[in-house]
Ligand binder design. Structure first.
Ligand code: PLP
Length: 389
């Protein structure tokens, strides 16, 4: 994609973001940006989006006061925003529903998506089944072997899973093929991106649809605590659940926003600004300036790049980014299960682990809001294997 790069000036967050892509693709994404602008605040569009969030996803989900964990840890109150209770078990479905509604407005006849661990593929296949729209998922062959059950889930849901065996046969190669499909078939095809990454306008689209998380949590927090949280804590992979959990608090300067990266895949904490997949952001690069391979126990966080707005929130000082190791996340996974009866996704367990550390340092009139991005059912086999060793 590097030869005919064409940079447009919109969609920047400070120096980050933008759109470093070939001219053909630029035309398609400019159209997408225009259509998104047209519908994002359209009352009918919003009503339809909210209808599906209620009737299909099961929103609004609760804000749970983790009283046992709070008592055990000592210090600030810990609250959990329960994205784990959504249909399909995580926050990803919020974004998928929004983008499919946009695709329908744009007259798309098919949806394509990429998936690494398979979670975004499953969420996309789920919503496509419900909307009756054909769905093609690109997935690296190596990832397909590792995540055979998610491939089966997608197929059960009626999606076509295309094995990608170019390059390293992993996520990056699946993204390249999905982009090529989009350029070849843009007239009837919508490319549904799964996190707050990619060239403009995708980071803004994904943030918009994930902002429902903090729209709800803010009202719930005010109703239950009578004040805003001291801090909002969320795990950061591509950055979609975190940006959604932060969005409605960004203007509230008193609220600390804290993104948690796995120590084993921490582009914001340890990367450098670089262009990857058509946008500029902090990225982990190896000695040959190629994206580094990462090694987080949480598949959804195992990515060398991050959404551009997080890079901006970091450099502008509005948000803080910290790291939690796989071992710490594994301990928090067990602790939340035992104390609260909630098995968190390994991704979310990173946020829980940091919240526990932070709570200890704060007086008890403070409240920490943790975005529990997903449930841990998908991770139980893996944790079983890890604990047996
Ligand atoms: C995919 C996923 C993540 C990471 O993705 P973001 O775009 O950073 O939110 C986090 N938690 C869960 C449960 C996931 O499925």
């Amino acid at each position: 994609m590097s030869e005919s790069n064409h940079v447009i000036e919109t969609g920047f967050f400070g120096e980050f973001g933008g759109s470093y892509i070939p001219v053909d693709l630029q035309k398609v994404l400019t159209k997408l940006a225009d259509e998104f602008d047209k519908y994002r605040d359209d009352p009918q569009f919003k009503e339809e989006y909210n209808y599906y969030l209620r009737s299909f996803v099961g929103r609004e989900n609760p804000l749970t006061y983790a009283s046992n964990l709070t008592e055990k840890v000592g210090g600030a109150k810990i609250y959990l925003k329960r994205e784990d209770l959504n249909h399909t078990g995580a926050h990803k479905i919020n974004n998928v529903i929004g983008q499919i509604l946009l695709a329908k407005r744009m007259g798309a006849k098919r949806i394509i998506a990429e998936t690494g661990a398979g979670q975004h593929g499953v969420a996309t296949a789920t919503a496509c089944a419900m909307f009756g729209i054909p769905c093609t998922i690109y997935m690296g062959k190596v990832d397909m072997e590792r995540q055979a059950l998610n491939v089966f889930r997608m197929e059960l849901l009626g999606a076509k899973v295309v094995p990608v065996d170019t390059g390293e046969a992993r996520l990056k190669d699946a993204v390249d093929l999905a982009l090529k499909d989009l350029v070849d078939n843009y007239k009837d095809t919508f490319y549904l991106i799964g996190s707050a990454v990619g060239p403009h306008p995708y980071p803004s689209i994904v943030k918009h649809f994930q902002s429902i998380i903090s729209e709800e949590s803010k009202q719930q927090m005010l109703a239950q605590e009578g004040k805003l949280p001291t801090a909002v804590v969320a795990a950061v992979g591509g950055g979609s659940n975190a940006i959604g959990a932060f969005a409605n608090y960004i203007k509230d300067e008193s609220v600390r926003l804290i993104g948690v990266e796995p120590t084993e895949a921490a582009p914001i904490s340890e990367g450098v600004p670089a262009v990857l997949h058509g946008f500029k952001s902090f990225t982990l690069l190896d000695d040959d300036h190629q994206p580094q391979s990462t090694n987080s126990i949480a598949a959804g966080l195992d990515y060398p790049g991050v959404g551009p707005e997080h890079s901006y929130l970091k450099t502008s000082g509005r948000a803080e980014y910290v790291t939690i190791s796989g071992q710490e996340a594994l301990e928090a996974f067990q602790e939340l299960s035992r104390t609260e009866g909630i098995i968190p996704a390994l991704e979310s367990a990173h946020a829980v682990a940091y919240a526990m550390k932070l709570a200890k340092t704060m007086a008890k009139q403070n409240a920490i809001l943790v975005n529990l991005s997903g449930r841990g059912d998908k991770d139980v086999d893996q944790v079983y294997e890890m604990l047996r060793k």
